[in-house]
Every structure is written in C-alpha cells, then in structure tokens.
Design a protein around this ligand. Sequence first.
Ligand SMILES: Nc1ncnc2c1ncn2[C@@H]1O[C@H](COP(=O)(O)OP(=O)(O)O)[C@@H](O)[C@H]1O
Ligand SMILES: [Mg+2]
Length: 235
Amino acid sequence: MQTGGLLGSGRSADVFAIDDHWVLRRYRDGGDVSAEAAVMAYLAEHEYPVPRLRNPASAGGSTAPRTDLVMQRLHGPSMLQALLKGMLTAEEAGAGLAGLLHRLHSVPARVSDDPVDRILHLDLHPDNVMLTSDGLMVIDWRNTQEGPPGLDWGMSALILAQVAVGNTALATPARAVLASLLAHLDPAISLGSTDSGCLAEARKRRAADPSMSESETHLLDEAVELILELTPSRP
Ligand SMILES: Nc1ncnc2c1ncn2[C@@H]1O[C@H](COP(=O)(O)OP(=O)(O)O)[C@@H](O)[C@H]1O
Ligand SMILES: [Mg+2]
C-alpha cells in the first residue's frame, strides 16, 4: 500500500500517514492484528473512544495473519506530550487515565462468560492516549485480553510507577500522574498486595515482558512498593 510519512514509531509498530483521514499501523516483528482489530471494532460499536477501522467488517473475520491495520488518523498530541508541554496537569492526566479505564470496564466482555471479566487494554499509559478535538482516544491495543478490571489498573499503575522510581526526567511527572490515577481508583477495585492479587499478577507480566530492558525490570519491586504507598486506604 502506498503510504506517506512516518507519523510515529513505538516499541513494536510503525505508523504511517495514508492521507489526512487514515493511517497504516504496521508491526515490525510480523505480529498479527486480527485480535486487536476485532476488539477495536467492538469497542467503537460501544462508543468507546478508539480510532475507527477503515474496514471493521473484516475485523476478526480472517484467519490469515495480518501485520497491517488501517485506522482513523487522530490529530493531536499524546497525553505524554501534552503533559510535558504543560497543556495538561498531572492531576488531569491521572484522572483522564482513570476515566478511560473505568469506561472501558463498563463495556460488557466480548467473549468471556465470566461475569467479572471485561475487555482490558493492559498497556494504558500516557503515550497510548491521544488528545483530540473529540476528547481522549486510546490507541495501541496489542496487549488486549479479557480478565478482571483490577489487572488493567495494576498494569497502568505499574508502568507509571516504574518510570516514577527510575532516574529519568520523567520520574517526577510520572509519580504525580500515578498519585492522581490511584486517587481516582475505582472503589470496587482491590489491587491486592505485594504477593497476591492484581498488582502481583501485573508485576509477573511486566517481569516476563521481553520488550523491557534489564534496568526497567530491576525497578519492579520498588515500583510495587510505591503503588501500595500511594493507594488510598479504604475503611
Ligand atoms: N490512529 C493514529 N493516528 C495518528 N497517529 C497515531 C495513530 N496511532 C498511532 N499513532 C502514532 O504512532 C505511535 C505508535 O503507535 P502505537 O500504536 O502506540 O504503537 P507501539 O505498539 O509501537 O507503541 C503513537 O505514539 C502515535 O504517535
Ligand atoms: Mg504505543
């Protein structure tokens, strides 16, 4: 397919402009987009803020591996860029992420019969949210699965906490966004403790993530401690 310039490049995919309305997202490692395409089409039907697919009818309908996804081009900065430019406060960013998680978990599961399960994003952090004129939109559904909502909260918190306990310039804003996210934690959610529950499961998954560097993995214990410290205690 003829494409225009590279719009963005994350850990696993390159995103090219097709025109003003559409982008092509392509996995560099040959990953298959079928599962996430089916989830994105379903979420769009439920009015969740995801980019529209150009061809939603074929989402999940083909068994052939597909590395390419054509979707609505979003215009605007990522939540991370907006935060760093001062267009958004850390409190607003954390509240925004919490709102997106809460909304996502209010959509009925697509495949699971377990009444607890919902669609989870499992990588919802400020670089996977874009600020558009239609509000916040969630991209990068590569890790999506169904499961208990607490796992999604645990993953988002852990991603922020790993940055917060690191020694990059993003540590301070990440800590403030994390504090805000946890202040808005859905009262129905329990993250568990160091050893059990959703946060422990999130830690296990992050530790097994091959895209994480060794220095990032080393920060996991400290990150879990920070989350437990910042989680508001409930009566
Ligand atoms: N629908 C879109 N419209 C405009 N830009 C996008 C869109 N989707 C992704 N991008 C850009 O491409 C980057 C990488 O996309 P993403 O889906 O997050 O891939 P990765 O899995 O590699 O992180 C994003 O940070 C963003 O800048
Ligand atoms: Mg991404």
